[in-house]
Ligand binder design. Structure first.
Ligand SMILES: [Zn+2]
Length: 376
């Protein structure tokens, strides 16, 4: 067991790592009689995932729900919950990236088959019954959704919002690094940057708690070195495995603290455009890390190991350089955003938990200046 796995095991007992799920007979999480698997139509074309799908179909007799490869919305959650209830399944497997994991968590509770999901958004109302056991098999390394109780989705009015409930979680997590080997570089980068931002936002959050010190600093260090190595050579099972574990650690970190300013910006951009979450996060991080760190100089003491002796200036600069090295394309958002509409969504009540979880709370005019390359 490597150090990263040991660290995650301190906080989560319910995960197993397997290089080959099909041949691994130590996996107890699959011992169920009536299984349904939720995945998306793009993934069914990836050869390693296709093999796993065939195994689940033929050996475990799993039924399938194949969703469109788009961001989750209220309708997807309501129809998936209905299908799960009607089939009287005892295990639902989420095979996919953050969107699939989020849909499955939200579709494992009774009420979403009979009531509007939007009634529960922003924890306005609680769920009363989890219908079945849930297993996550993440096919990207980034979201950390396997260890949070949050699902992000679009409401009937097309606004990106969140569900959080004590009952919306995964009972089991199965990490299989080989499933992520074929990911294209742009997705590996977007997901990895998202995970790094989870760790940074958690480390500098208002709700910060001392147990996050170790989770965040170890996770940051791992992603900092692993992600650039994967872009050099994407077929590197060891680095893929580090990225999965570090993303899980990041998921645990935000489970304790929640996210902050970058996620508030990214959710706003995600409500207005089809920008992938990780790209919006990269933009937010690039443009807010400097004022955020400078606003509260005490935050520096939370950075251990890698950044122990940094100054605020050098730390912000290093993070910006790290991001810039990936040459991320922001064409889908730069010069395309209406400022007034952005502000309306940014200041929605449901976004308050993220806005208030970073010490630095920019005013409208500060945001106008910080994010100036967005406005049309
Ligand atoms: Zn995120």
């Amino acid at each position: 067991m490597n150090n990263l796995e040991l660290l995650l095991r301190k906080y989560a007992k319910n995960f197993h790592i397997s290089d080959n799920i099909i041949k691994d007979d130590k996996i107890e999480y699959l011992n169920f009689h009536n299984i349904i698997t939720v995945t998306d139509n793009k993934l069914t074309k990836v050869s390693s995932i296709e093999k796993l799908i065939n195994f689940l179909k033929k050996k475990l007799n799993s039924k399938f729900i194949i969703l469109d490869s788009t961001e989750p919305n209220y309708e997807m959650i309501e129809s998936t919950t209905k299908e799960i209830i009607n089939g009287k399944y005892d295990l639902v497997i989420a095979l996919g990236g953050g969107s699939i994991l989020d849909v499955v968590k939200a579709s494992s509770v009774y009420e979403n088959a009979f009531e509007k999901v939007d009634n529960f958004a922003g924890s306005k109302k609680q769920y009363t019954k989890k219908i079945l056991r849930t297993l996550a098999i993440p096919t990207t390394a980034g979201t950390g959704s396997e260890f949070t109780k949050t699902s992000v989705y679009k409401t009937e009015t097309n606004v990106k919002t969140w569900l959080w409930d004590e009952l919306t979680y995964f009972d089991y997590v199965l990490y299989s690094p080989s499933l992520t080997l074929e990911l294209p570089n742009n997705i590996t980068i977007a997901c990895g940057v998202d995970a790094l931002s989870h760790l940074l936002e958690s480390l500098i959050s208002v709700k910060f708690n001392s147990q996050n010190l170790e989770l965040c600093n170890s996770g940051i260090k791992s992603i900092w070195f692993s992600l650039p190595k994967l872009i050099e050579n994407k077929i590197n099972i060891e680095e893929r495995s580090i990225m999965l574990l570090a993303s899980g650690i990041a998921g645990k970190a935000i489970h304790y603290t929640g996210c902050g300013i970058c996620h508030c910006i990214a959710h706003t951009l995600g409500s207005m455009t089809k920008v992938p979450h990780g790209i919006a996060i990269a933009y937010g991080l690039l443009h807010t890390i400097e004022p955020t760190l400078k606003y509260n100089q005490d935050l520096l003491s939370r950075f251990k190991g890698l950044f122990k002796d940094s100054t605020m200036d050098s730390l912000a600069q290093e993070i910006q350089n790290w991001l810039n090295n990936f040459k991320i394309n922001f064409n889908t958002i730069e010069n395309k955003i209406n400022f007034d509409e952005f502000m309306k969504i940014y200041y929605l009540e449901d976004n308050k938990c993220m806005r208030d979880n970073t010490f630095y709370k920019p005013t409208e005019s500060e945001l106008k200046n910080l994010l100036k390359t967005l406005w049309k």
